[in-house]
Design a protein around this ligand. Structure first.
Ligand code: MRU
Length: 320
């Protein structure tokens, strides 16, 4: 296959700090792909609200937005402890949020926030290069949710791996889980793949098993919101089911995530806080439950790829 040229969203179009104003400006991910519009947040409380309502989402992007939120608090002369508390409470599962807030504590400046953003994007490029080494020529991949530049502030984790594999001429096409209920797959991942010129097809989440059974999937690749010390991994609801299906069909299941998603302080997946979102995201007619994440046990994960390389089980040792 001929290598593809793979277009990228510039990081500052996804999330940035404008010191004139000042404001944190976010590409509104709720409106994509139909409308490309921005939301301006003039206070840390507005940034927290934007994270909670998923104007910006995806673990590393949430951390980056929060870092800019702290720089905004400092520019506005606001109480920094209160800003950190409000931002830290905006969503519970992605560990990148407390990780980024901790890194901003000593120096809540625009420069520090921009450096953190640049470093996250660089980590994506590095891990994508490692992950693409796992792709054979003609790979047909399946992915879930959105782990693209939108979710990481640029380039992407799982989708970054797909970009690099495409650039190397290794990727035949991508099946994209729709990702109920908020459709991060069919709205955001499909949009990013379209912009990148990577062949793809959206499938209903419930079609993944039969696509595997028909021999149409060579590997599954996802991002992560929090990886416990033993390798148990929280990611968008539905990831666990995919990993079970992949194991049954003997298909490798890869997680691609930066070290900012590792949580060595959490021993295993049972201690990861799982966000339950408003049931109205599913239905406002009937009672509903809406867990936004699930935990994939480490034994179902073939490898975890970070900027430091390809980590294999046992993860307690290899992630250290
Ligand atoms: O609820 P979301 O859209 O923030 O969930 C995002 C995911 O689960 C992503 O797959 C995860 O953050 C990894 S993205 C780098």
């Amino acid at each position: 296959m001929a290598p593809l040229r793979v277009g990228e969203l510039p990081p500052a179009t996804i999330v940035r700090l404008e010191e004139d104003g000042p404001a944190v400006v976010l590409l509104d991910q709720r409106r994509l792909p139909d409308d490309v519009v921005e939301v301006r947040c003039s206070s840390p409380a507005e940034v927290a609200e934007a994270i909670g309502t998923m104007v910006v989402r995806g673990a590393p992007a949430i951390g980056i937005a929060a870092a800019y939120g702290m720089a905004l608090a400092s520019l506005r002369g606001e109480d920094l402890l209160e800003a950190e508390r409000v931002l830290g409470a905006s969503r519970p599962t992605a560990v990148n949020l407390p990780w980024a807030l901790a890194r901003m504590r000593d120096e809540p400046t625009p420069e520090r926030a921009r450096a953190l953003h640049d470093e996250e994007v660089e980590r994506c490029r590095l891990m994508a290069a490692h992950a693409a080494d796992l792709f054979a020529s003609g790979t047909r991949a399946l992915t879930h949710c959105n782990a693209g530049g939108l979710a990481t502030g640029g380039y992407g984790s799982a989708l970054g791996a797909l970009r690099t594999a495409a650039e190397r001429g290794l990727l035949e096409r991508v099946l994209v889980d729709e990702t109920r209920p908020l459709l991060q797959g069919s709205r955001l991942t499909a949009w990013e793949l379209e912009q990148a010129g990577i062949p793809h097809a959206v499938i209903a989440d419930s079609a993944a098993g039969s696509m595997m059974a028909r021999g149409e999937v060579d590997l599954v690749v996802t991002g992560a919101d929090r990886i416990a010390a033993n390798g148990d991994t929280a990611n968008k609801i539905g990831t666990y089911s995919l990993a079970v299906l992949a194991a049954y069909h003997g298909i490798p299941f890869y997680v691609v995530a930066p070290s900012s998603t590792l949580d060595p302080g959490t021993p295993d997946g049972s201690a990861i806080p799982i966000e339950e979102r408003d049931p109205a995201e599913l239905t406002d007619r009937f009672p509903a439950r809406n867990p936004a994440f699930d935990v994939t046990p480490a034994q179902l994960i073939t490898a975890i790829v970070t900027e430091n390389g390809v980590h294999r089980p046992p993860y307690k040792e290899s992630l250290r």
